[in-house]
Design a protein around this ligand. Structure first.
Ligand code: TYM
Length: 329
């Protein structure tokens, strides 16, 4: 049987090039090799303050971006988390074998809790259990994510092992797949990661050509090539160039850097153009897909049905293993 891939992304409205390079771009390649499921994880997006009026719009926009980037719903299953309620049922069952201590230790929980002005709700702490359920319910072998999700994936593996040893060997232990661009740094502070919650740190997948160029021009670098190791801002620009541009430009500019003759304005102009060139067609395709919301909705409903078929089979095994024997209607 082909190995299975699962990954998800939150519909938070500011999908950025870090999300694209760390995850979506890789999904496009993986769908040809593996039995793949990609999910818009809307239930994860309600663990912090959010606007319910905008939720549906954001779900559709994100699904359209994923398709515009090259995920083909005839190859991979593309669906929305809330349309497969088995995820939340499994979350409860797994919550009962997850220690509070390990949830409290999660870096993202600690960081996001600090930013919640209106109080921290239990959903934010339980977030990684829902993520574990997303993955385990499809018995996924491989999970392509950015570096910031590795800790959550470790916890998924811990929950997986605990379930298998307490009840029955139901789940395979999922492994992460990281890209070379697994940690894109913030443009305004290259010592932290690019993040949708930090204004000025990211280039959004929706930004127009001028905005992209301008944001790259303003990216924080350093006083100039000094010989030796690159500073984090310059290194980040090279990572972006490797991902979006062509190899000849990377080679040339890296040589200029070594000779200490590289002008950062030239580097930035090349990086800016490379990003514009790759994102503009994705943006246009996204607009075309969004112009037919009924077709898009049909695709997601279909994806949800296919996903649910797999999810309900796993859930039946889990319920049985945990001692719940009542017949399901
Ligand atoms: P989310 O929505 O925050 O991010 C989606 C993906 O983008 C990656 N990413 C980055 N990659 C490189 N550089 C960055 N600066 C950067 N910022 C974000 C993330 O690592 C992620 O792969 N909890 C997940 C969503 C999720 C999930 C899952 C993922 C829910 N269930 C099951 C995999 C499997 C999240 O919040 O991703």
């Amino acid at each position: 049987m082909a190995q299975r891939v699962f990954s998800g992304i939150q519909p938070t409205g500011n999908i950025h090039i870090g999300n694209y390079l760390g995850a979506i771009k890789n999904w496009v390649e993986l769908q040809h090799k593996y039995d793949s499921l990609f999910c818009v994880v809307d239930y994860h997006a309600i663990t912090v303050e959010y606007e319910s009026d905008l939720m549906h719009k954001r779900v559709l926009e994100l699904a359209a971006t994923i398709m515009a980037a090259g995920v083909d719903p005839n190859k991979a299953i593309l669906f929305v988390q809330s349309s497969v309620p088995e995820h939340t049922e499994l979350t409860w069952l797994l919550t009962c074998i997850t220690s509070i201590g390990s949830l409290e230790r999660m870096t993202q929980f600690k960081e996001k809790s600090k930013r919640q002005k209106g109080g921290v709700f239990a959903g934010l702490m339980n977030y990684p259990v829902l993520m574990a359920a997303d993955i385990l319910i499809y018995k996924a072998d491989l999970v392509p994510v950015g570096d910031d999700q590795i800790q959550h994936l470790e916890l998924t593996r811990e929950i997986c092992r605990r379930f298998n040893s307490m009840f029955k060997e139901v789940f395979p232990e999922p492994q992460p797949i990281l890209t070379k661009a697994a940690r894109i740094m913030a443009l305004n502070d290259p010592t932290s990661k690019m993040s949708k919650s930090i204004e000025g740190s990211y280039i959004s997948m929706d930004d127009d050509d001028q905005t992209i160029r301008q944001k790259i021009r303003r990216a924080v670098t350093d006083p100039g090539p000094q010989g030796g190791e690159m500073g984090p801002g310059v290194k980040n620009l090279f990572t972006l160039l490797e991902a979006f541009g062509d190899a000849a430009d990377v080679k040339q500019l890296a040589e200029d850097y070594k000779k200490q003759s590289l002008r950062y304005s030239d580097l930035k102009a090349t990086v800016g153009e490379a990003i514009v060139e790759k994102l503009a067609p994705i943006r246009h395709r996204q607009a075309e897909i969004l112009a037919k919301p009924d077709t898009l909705t049909d695709i997601l409903v279909e994806g949800g049905k296919k996903a649910q078929k797999i999810a309900s089979e796993t859930l039946a095994e889990v319920r049985d293993a945990m001692g719940f024997k009542m017949p399901q209607k």
